[in-house]
Design a protein around this ligand. Structure first.
Ligand SMILES: *Cc1c(COP(=O)(O)O)cnc(C)c1O
Length: 398
């Protein structure tokens, strides 16, 4: 008889339909492999913006800190608050812009560390911090060629002097960001580094020596150690993906995330039958069709319709017809056996076969960063090995 003593909850529904598996021992491996490239004393910032690139910010941050990262990088104040509310105490740099009085108050309250780019912004921060007992650590982002956020490299000095003059602000670091570090042509990268050096020199000539300097993202970290300075800000590589194929030889990274879903129905269609919205696939032969419970609302791009394979029972299987919001279809005619409840691997490995976010990105003409960030909260994140036991117990589902 069915017992109702056990109350189904969100957390017990984890692997019912579709989910993301996070391998914390791979994260630990990646962080340690990156650290092995760094000179002793060079810090590693785990960039966990955008919910840790779709992996789940809190658990990723916890494992990253345990593995040896000492800083966390986020884009927005709410992303920082989420980490603080989870009890994380490591320094958190806000990589995005913050300008309003309300934002300054939130930053001070939650002990986040802002990026400053303009004198007007520094003025607002200094005014709001006027009544605080401790000066607020702030970081100057200097634009050396990315042409995104940051004070122009020729104009960094007045901003640094303004911060230096304010008793309410403490200049904690000077940093810049690469535009082309994943390019095998290093000319632009070296130009940016030279401009960064010039800013350091100019500030030094005026008696301003920022306690920390940092320049490298994942690609910059892998290019050469002269770019590491005191800290590297690594996102993509800690998640086990390469910023570009030519970095494959420089380090062994292991993908942290896998995306899986279950077959929900199996049926046979006669030849010349249209499949899914718009009938963008029409069967040529009698076709065994498997319906899978995952769709574009979960982060499987609809543009992959008719253009992707998945793994089922260790074999590549073509996806057919338009990917819908919550479901997609597979042609499983060539598989010996398929059953409802079978696990389909969309990203990750199944026996000896694997599919990477790079495969999806290549098909779509985009980058793996965008693929990873696309996985939505409707997919529960299941930890392969809990953050606390990442190295001790790599294979238990928690
Ligand atoms: C996102 C970001 C990073 C991390 O970039 P990856 O290429 O994912 O390593 C580093 N620095 C800044 C300023 C960023 O915005």
């Amino acid at each position: 008889m069915l017992s109702w003593d056990h109350r189904p909850t969100l957390s017990t529904m984890g692997r019912e339909r579709a989910w993301v598996e996070i391998n914390h021992s791979h994260l630990t491996h990646n962080i340690q492999a990156i650290q092995a490239l760094l000179a002793p004393g060079t810090d590693l910032m785990a960039v966990v913006k955008a919910d840790a690139y779709g992996h789940g910010a809190v658990t990723i941050a916890q494992t990253a800190l345990q593995a040896g990262a000492t800083w966390l990088g986020v884009a927005t104040i709410p992303e920082g608050i989420e980490l603080r509310e989870a009890g994380i105490q490591a320094p958190i740099l806000l990589l995005g812009a913050t300008n309003t009085v309300e934002q300054v108050r939130a930053i001070a309250h939650w002990q986040l560390q802002p990026t400053l780019c303009t004198e007007k912004q520094a003025l607002i921060f200094a005014e709001v911090m006027d009544s605080a007992t401790q000066p607020l650590p702030v970081h100057i982002n200097v634009d050396t060629g990315m042409s995104r956020l940051g004070v122009a490299w020729q104009q960094a000095l007045p901003l640094a002097q303004q911060i230096q003059r304010s008793p309410h602000l403490h200049l904690a670091s000077l940093y810049s960001h690469f535009a082309t570090a994943d390019d095998s042509d290093l000319q632009t990268l070296h130009c940016q580094r030279d401009r960064f050096q010039q800013v350091i020199q100019t500030l030094g000539d005026h008696g301003i020596v920022p306690p920390m300097l940092h320049l490298a993202n994942s690609a910059g970290t892998l290019v050469e150690s002269s770019l590491h300075y005191n800290l590297v800000r690594v996102g993509l590589a800690i998640y086990g993906l390469y910023p570009a194929p030519h970095f494959r030889d420089s380090i062994a990274l292991k993908p942290v995330l896998q995306v899986k879903a279950r077959v929900t129905q199996v049926k046979t269609l006669p030849p010349h039958t249209g499949v899914s919205y718009g009938h963008r696939f029409v069967t040529q032969r009698e076709t065994r069709l498997a319906v899978v419970g995952i769709g574009y609302a979960d982060g499987v791009p609809r543009l992959l319709s008719n253009r992707m394979n998945v793994l089922l029972r260790g074999q590549f299987v073509p996806q057919i017809g338009a990917i819908t919001m919550d479901q997609l279809m597979l042609d499983v005619t060539d598989l010996a056996e398929v059953h409802e409840g079978d696990v389909v691997t969309l990203l990750g490995h199944d026996q000896d076969a694997s599919i990477s976010a790079d495969d999806w990105a290549d098909t779509l003409g985009t980058i793996s960063w965008e693929i990873l960030c696309g996985f939505k909260h409707r997919l529960p994140r299941l930890s392969l090995s809990s953050p606390a036991t990442a190295t001790a117990n790599p294979l238990t589902l928690s």
